[in-house]
Design a protein around this ligand. Sequence first.
Ligand code: NBX
Ligand code: IMP
Length: 812
Amino acid sequence: MTRARFISPNEVAALRANILSKLTYQVGKDPESALDHDWFMATALATRDYIVDRWMSRTREAYRTGQKRVYYLSLEFLIGRLLIDSLSNLGILEEARRALADLGVDLERIRGLEPDAALGNGGLGRLAACFMESMATLGIASYGYGIRYEHGLFRQVIADGFQQEQPENWLDFGNPWEFERAEVVYEIGFGGHVTPYEGSQLRQVWIPSEKVRAVAYDTPIMGWGGEGANTLRLWRSRPLENIKLDTFNAGDHIGAVADQARAESISRVLYPADSTEAGQELRLRQEYFFVAASLADLTRRHLKQHGDIMSLPEHNAIQLNDTHPAIAVAELMRLLVDVHGVPWNAAWDTTVATLSYTNHTLLPEALETWSVYLMERLLPRHMQIIYMINAQFLDSLRARGETDGSMLSYVSLIDESHGRRVRMGNLAFIGSHKINGVSGLHTELMRKTVFRSMHRLFPDRINNKTNGITFRRWLYQANPALTDLLVDVLGDEVQDDPENVLPRLKPYANDANFRERFAQQRRRNKDQFADLVRKNMDITLDPGAIFDVQIKRIHEYKRQLMNLLQTIALYQAIKNNPNGNWTPRVKIFAGKAAASYHQAKLIIKLANDVAKVVNNDPSIRDLLKVVFLPNYNVSLAEVIIPAADLSEQISTAGLEASGTSNMKFGLNGALTIGTMDGANVEMSERVGEENMFIFGLRADEVEERQRTGGNSSEIINNSPRLSAVMADIRSGHFSPDDPSRYNGLLDVLTWHDRFQVCADFDDYWLAQSRVEERWNQPDRWWSSAVLNTAGMGWFSSDRTIREYATDIWQAL
Ligand code: NBX
Ligand code: IMP
């Protein structure tokens, strides 16, 4: 069913001509010899033409109106593909489909040839991408600033059940969306020494010993409706000079380009670790490199337009995406004090008024710190500035009568307890006028735990901005069948204003005919997904089964392991009673593990080992299937989510800052099985707890249990089901080639169960039984599904961005 929509014949003809012209004059092929990839390039370049006019007029308008600019500094932008996104936001998707068909080309075939721009690890990077699209849609004059990594997140290959990391080469065939700005270049310094500025105490001159160039690459990002557009400006590192000719001429051909290799290593690869600290010098170089280039660029733009550096916060807001760009606090101080000669205190007020910071995690192992020694060597002037900020900060506290030594050492920018380290979270906090968490629970925990003292000292700084997702990508583009259905009953308005219109879907939960249509679109998506799995993995799935999905980075706190234990328990139950009245289920997993994260990689291997045993056991009669899809990325998520019945959001309560895939699943009508964690809490308030399967310890109970240690042996002994599962794994049933493979995982569960897998297991099992019960009453299941979609309007990233713009940026 496709909606009868007016397709402009003129537009189709114009597009067709434009695509042909791009194919001929830019790709250099004629239609007879063009390969699919050539057609993709020609189509992307033709689409880009439509974007550029609007993009330029938006940029000019921002200058003309003098509206406030918002700068989103992020080491990650997990964009995914842009072709369908751009066509759809421009409103010419069907026109493009026709134009290509006239040329004998299938848009569905060529869309898959676009590589994912995977310049991010997971939720944090994807959030930045959703925000860019929402800021464009809302007409906020904004720039995303980041790094143009030559290699994005690694490609995951599963070999014999183990994850292998292979380099990702998204730029190999060229990138049709970007514009290189060879003239937008900044020199970025490292190392060297600092000398006083004549006649001044606080102003200094930094003389770096090493310099690289940062070159800008711009990608336009289109908003919904084709009106708004903004710029993603990514920096590439280049040497000051490409080759030392004298060295080359002296015969040292490698030495002549050594500097080039060193300089270019900065933008070579994305760090693939999430939720753990990278701690490498190259990482700090990346952070400073992109912050320095971005601040140089935005202050240049500001001065060009407004002339006066002191009015920076009036016309600009800078958002720090986690602490990765937190060195911006010191760099902005350096620019103001050393370069522009602003007195220290005025510079500090300007810095704080301009910057704000988003926190995405409370996990202690993810809180970024840098050794003072490294910082002194790489960024000597910044280290001085940090010391100075710290001294003034601590003095001001003492002057306020805050003399508790342990409190002062806790909020200090320098951690003295682990061999002097700079705490980037504290630096970002005191350098920002607003600090936000990403869900209600997460923000509350920020106030109570990690930033407890900071919150007492600055009670109006911490605020909440619950995450959101762009419905354009995660509903209209990923799930056209559901979108058509919604438009059919709610009108076109639902696409322009889903926040207000989606709630009108609620009464349809009671409409049997509508529920049937809702179930039908899901069934079609499941059929398509099953085809894909059959083709790529040679596994046959029953589309009538519950598609039970957990797709996200593999991490112990996200508890894929608990899901696998439940999978094994179900397998055992079916085996023990093969003729029971079982509900068919497909367990779908996908996700990458940080290359250095041993336990996470073992969990991937366990998923694959369990899949092998379960899928090949004839006594199970296909009632249970387990699939681990390799190389999870944005594009794979767009295919899986619309086909999911059940969304697994089962992190240990208090540890998932928000989650955003929970929202994507809910919007597409999947039911959530989950803990009271992150944004699940707010989802349950909006779709009703009775339309979700909530289980497990609450955040305060987790905290309580963690204080009493992680020994789970009693829990295991009291749970026959859990004991049987663990015994089965320990026996080597799933790893006959290496029976002790999982002893490490099992020992952690028994003795150091930090993430409460054992404590939550039985309740999780019960919640899964409730899932089956509901599934077997289709009226109730599909009513809940409709209510999930209807209740998700508030989780639009447009709403999130409007809140940032109003409360933090003053930009609307
Ligand atoms: O940010 C994620 C949180 O875990 C999610 O709960 C949240 O929804 C999302 C958006 O707010 N954090 C995340 O993805 N972190 C990273 O990817 C990361 C990357 C590098 C690093 C630390 C964390 N050094
Ligand atoms: P930037 O803002 O200086 O980085 O320039 C980016 C683009 O903005 C330029 O290529 C121009 O198209 C546009 N632009 C720059 N300065 C002005 C201005 O003063 N008025 C209108 N548009 C401008």
